[in-house]
Design a protein around this ligand. Structure first.
Ligand code: PGA
Length: 243
């Protein structure tokens, strides 16, 4: 049986109290070791979280990283700093960063390169808008995004990168995508990457977008979906019992 890779993207939610309760409850779940659990709390709580983890029950991810290594960039957090406090993964190119912070392909590429430089594993988000979904351009848009990574030599680090397919119209809307369709799409993307590098079986591919305690299992039962990127539902430990 596969060990699902679950990433909890808390976005701009949570505080010390929520974290204390979360860690306490997670420690009570016996078979939590059957999944690889990664938590992405707001950056200010990463260190606090780290200090509460006595066993390697879960890993930490940042929700973003700066494109610079250091310097006069007020408000930013570097890959080196994240590495320093024990972070292992970085979510990069989330649609909310594209929409609210104008992140484009060029910035995303710099962030991925920065993560790889500091031996952090980027979880790169790709996916189509509602309009593109309605126009049946999902495959085309995803291919374009994957090809951008391929053409910029990012995919040669296949074993050091995770792809999260997150249709933008499914994020935070309660309308998740159809698991069987996602399976076909992810398999297709995997095979596409394989054409270039022949090692894409190693690449972890996740689904994200309105995953909840009811649909999580159905997504994880699809052979090419290695795990989930979960927003809202991941703040509630009930979700982990369901998996
Ligand atoms: P959601 O968020 O599960 O709340 O839809 C997913 C994400 O944004 O990664």
């Amino acid at each position: 049986m596969k060990k699902p890779f679950i990433v909890c993207n808390w976005k701009l939610n949570g505080d010390k109290n929520v974290i204390n309760n979360f860690v306490k409850n997670i420690k009570l779940i016996d078979n939590i070791k059957n999944m690889q659990l990664t938590i992405a709390p707001p950056v200010i709580y990463l260190d606090f979280f780290k200090n509460l983890i006595t066993e390697e029950k879960f890993f930490l991810a940042a929700q973003d990283v700066d494109i610079h290594e250091n310097g006069a960039f007020t408000g930013e957090v570097s890959a080196a700093m994240l590495k320093d406090i024990g972070v292992k993964y970085i979510i990069i190119g989330h649609s909310e960063r594209k929409i609210f912070h104008n992140e484009n392909n060029e910035i995303i590429l710099k962030k991925i390169s920065m993560a790889i430089k500091f031996s952090l594993i980027p979880i790169v988000c790709i996916g189509e808008t509602l309009q593109q979904h309605k126009e049946k351009k999902t495959k085309e848009v995803c291919l374009e995004q994957i090809n951008y990574l391929v053409n910029n030599n990012i995919m040669k680090n296949c074993n050091k990168i995770i792809i999260a397919y997150e249709p933008i119209w499914a994020i935070g809307t309660g309308k998740s995508a159809e698991p069987k369709e996602i399976q076909i799409l992810i398999k297709f993307m995997r095979e596409h990457i394989n054409k270039f590098f022949k090692i894409s079986k190693k690449i972890l591919m996740l689904y994200g977008g309105s995953v909840n305690k009811k649909n999580a299992k159905v997504f994880l039962n699809q052979s090419d979906i290695d795990g989930l990127l979960v927003g809202k539902a991941s703040l509630n430990t009930d979700f982990f019992y369901s998996i």
